[in-house]
Design a protein around this ligand. Sequence first.
Ligand code: URC
Length: 305
Amino acid sequence: MAEGFKIDQRHGKSRVRVARVWRPHSGGHVMVEWEVDVSLFSDCLPSYTSDDNSSIVATDSMKNTVYGKAKECTEELTLERFALLLARHFTNYYPQVTGAIVSIVEKPWERVLIDGKPHSHGFKLGSELHTTEVTMKKCGAVNIISGLKNLSLLKTTQSGFEGFVRDKYTLLPDTRERIVATEVTSSWRYKFANISQIPPAPFCFRQRYNEVKKVLSDTFFGPVDTGVYSPSVQNTLYLMATAVLNRFQEIEWVHLRMPNLHFLPVNMSSKENPNMVKFADDVYLPTSEPHGTIQATISRAMSKL
Ligand SMILES: O=c1[nH]c(=O)c2[nH]c(=O)[nH]c2[nH]1
């Protein structure tokens, strides 16, 4: 309480960009590029209510810590473990820091293949982003939410939408044949509640991220030759999320946000040429605005026992 007001505050550094290269004696170089956000819950109320900054951990020091810790990490590590390490440092080292949130987005640098052979030190940019947000309290309680962004998926058939509400504003016809395209953003919570519960190697957050991404996209597409019919983005989203929960017990919930990026049928006509372009599931107008947005968080129902 300060002068009759309540303050809910935290401070930190955003968009700290760092790249780390590991050069093992044998095998190729390994590199990551991360954008790190740090935010600290700390007891520094006098800095808000007066000119006393004596308890502030400078955001400049937070930024420097990111580079210092990256230097100290002589072994390759995942963004989740780097976020945990930073959060542990901030909450352990500074008496006034009661909690920390460390968020990291990894840029998708992928090893280049030349004639099918992995290059020892060449990388190209892929498209999906791996994300994490680690919240830690001084006592070691953690909340680890990882995710992905920019997973663009499309199928040219095996999608429809029918039987929805019809009223005086409804123009959309029922269809069992359309393109469905989306750019998936997902996040999921690992159920490790304390730093002591986080499994050591061989459990690998990067491997889990790749597996979750594969389960999501495999479920979206279905078998290679027949696919799987999608009656709505809603149903496909549900099947994707539940496939992840069924496969990975250490994931507590999955959030999916899936824009419905419409591909509109093209029909063009004039008085002279009434059938200039008559849509036959062939020519579409791809759009990004406006688009539908379907999102849900799916978790396991509590057992009745
Ligand atoms: O899969 C869909 N879900 C919707 O909620 C919706 N709404 C709409 O116009 N088209 C679609 N498609």
